[in-house]
Design a protein around this ligand. Structure first.
Ligand SMILES: O=C(O)CCC(=O)C(=O)O
Ligand SMILES: [Mn+2]
Length: 203
């Protein structure tokens, strides 16, 4: 396997059923202020994943490109604060004393998937990325720091947490598909992914 996978840390079943339920409830309540939406890619395609953000900075995509900003372009409002149960995942899974300043919320329904990409819009690319899976199982694909590197797939089930750190921080990754109906956690079905990052404050 490629070197990059050495720093891809998967914690299977890290979150128990009660914690998963509490996270879903808190996140869905918080995003009522800034509704989940199908954003446009810079190339003008509608994303199949519905997304929104929590915390000081939110990742947005539109015809102008990818970026982080402190307000929701749809509503003009600041992104809602991260619920404490979400913010607490950062120190727990990274061991760091700092805090995530961005939590991207992705909802996969109706055949939604995410193409192979790197997370590289953050000011400090040395801080890890923490990704939490809730609801239906995802077929997640991960490779190396070059798009041409070999990839492998990993099934991410509800309650799994993965950390992209070190050499894996810039690993290409994506979601090939979601196994519809594999969980009953999300009201209306589907998969909810929370991606916690340090987006701003480069050293
Ligand atoms: O849904 C996932 O597991 C991955 C999400 C992701 O890679 C992203 O939003 O950048
Ligand atoms: Mn990503």
């Amino acid at each position: 396997m490629t070197l990059a996978l050495d720093d891809f840390r998967l914690h299977p079943a890290a979150l128990g059923p009660a914690e998963q339920q509490a996270l879903v409830t808190a996140v869905l309540a918080a995003v009522t202020e800034v509704p989940l939406r199908h954003s446009q890619t810079p190339g003008g395609r509608r994303m199949s994943v519905a997304m929104s953000n929590l915390g000081p900075l939110g990742w947005v995509t539109d015809g102008r490109g990818y970026r982080y900003q402190s307000t929701d372009p749809l509503t003009g409002r600041p992104w809602p604060p991260m619920p404490p149960i979400v913010a607490a995942l950062w120190p727990r899974f990274t061991g760091r004393a700092d805090a995530a300043d961005a939590c991207l919320v992705n909802l996969y329904r109706d055949g939604a998937k995410m193409g192979l990409h790197q997370d590289r819009d953050e000011a400090d690319l040395t801080a890890p990325v923490v990704s939490v899976s809730l609801g239906d199982t995802a077929v997640f694909r991960i490779g190396g720091a070059s798009r041409r590197d070999p990839t492998r797939t990993v099934r991410l089930s509800s309650g799994d947490v993965c950390v992209l750190d070190g050499a894996a921080r810039l690993a290409f990754h994506g979601v090939d598909r979601v196994l519809a109906g594999s969980s009953r956690l999300i009201p209306g079905g589907g998969r909810l992914n929370l991606t916690l990052r340090r987006a701003g404050q480069a050293p």
